[in-house]
Design a protein around this ligand. Sequence first.
Ligand code: PLP
Length: 420
Amino acid sequence: MVDKLAIFGGSPVISEPFKPYPSIGKKEEEAVVRVVRSGELSAFFGSDGPQFLGGREILAFEAEWCERFRVKHTISVNSATSGLFAAVGAVGAGPGDEIIVPPTTMSATAMAPLVYGATPVFADIEDDTFCLDVESVIQKITDKTKAIIAVNLFGHPANLSQLRKIADERSIFLIEDNAQGPLASENGVFAGTIGHIGVFSLNYHKHIHTGEGGMCVTNDPELALRLQLIRNHGENIVESRNLKNLKNIIGFNYRMTELSAAVGRVQLADIDSHVNKRINIAQKLSKKLCNLTGITTPMVRDQCNHVYYVWALKYDEKAVGPSRKRFSDALTAEGFPNTTGYIRPLYMLPIFREKIAMAKDGLPFTNSEGSYHAGSCPVAERLWEKEFLYFEPCAYDLTENNVDALCDAFIKVYSNRHLL
Ligand SMILES: *Cc1c(COP(=O)(O)O)cnc(C)c1O
């Protein structure tokens, strides 16, 4: 009786929805009040002078970020999307250039090349880490390749040192989309700092946040300056600085406010606690659920630290029995919040299917075109269509008991799978 599945009218293992993660507290409140009382909600000016680089909170936040991530330069921006756009601009990409990206990621990763008139070329992902497959990347490199954007998907680092080596050998750039991977690492080096430029997100859903926001990091002073120029009306600055390379220095307003920076400083000071909470949840789920036939819990590559923005498992319908959808519905009925699929491979979006990105028909795809047909990245498609089943540790405030209940709910559904 106790074991009757909730989907058949039994009582659910988890009867109350989990509370959202309480990311903002007293210290953030004090920081905001401090800035509001100062009256200076932003101190940026879009012209040469000290305020070209922003105000007190921005400068402090960037310096603290450099120290925490052991990197020379940090350029705050108003979102990771802006950060990715700025990164593609900074490396000098333009029409005719190709940029290799994975298809399984938030869409901004693949839009960044397009805003500069370059074309994204999709390489497939690995079946176990879900990050760019190095062999597939090598196959996609051509004379036109300008950069690779590796995504540290779900909080697991891509093969970053290998990709960096490939990039350096060919004099192209490695940009890391590290929106999901703060404190992830490879061989003890932080994800985000292995590529030429790394981009972090501080949007509300990420491990730490400022509502909206992003951070670009680099160890290269020239790239740092180019990122600063793109962030803040660079066209006004180049003469006074006697800068010769004007390419892609059209400046935007990607500036972060003093308010966001003040909140970000508090979040950064507590980053270990915010990230470790999510890691603990995911590790516990993995430990209890790793021995179920047909269920593959997240893999962590040797010498890597995974920070679990998403805890994603692979569901093998043939081995388990019921369809993924049916299994997922039964989990949901038990109160286990889960989702199937993750993001549809991006080349299936209308922008790629119809090759309409700009007001001039066909551009930039007429310069060069990635492979945008169904079947071009078979691993990404299979994972999306058939296998991904995932949970978002960042979304909820979970006690040890809650995590136990998640495991119990999963095992209850799994044990009764023959009934589904
Ligand atoms: C969240 C996210 C982004 C975009 O971040 P914003 O700060 O919302 O612009 C980009 N890439 C990935 C992989 C993300 O998860």
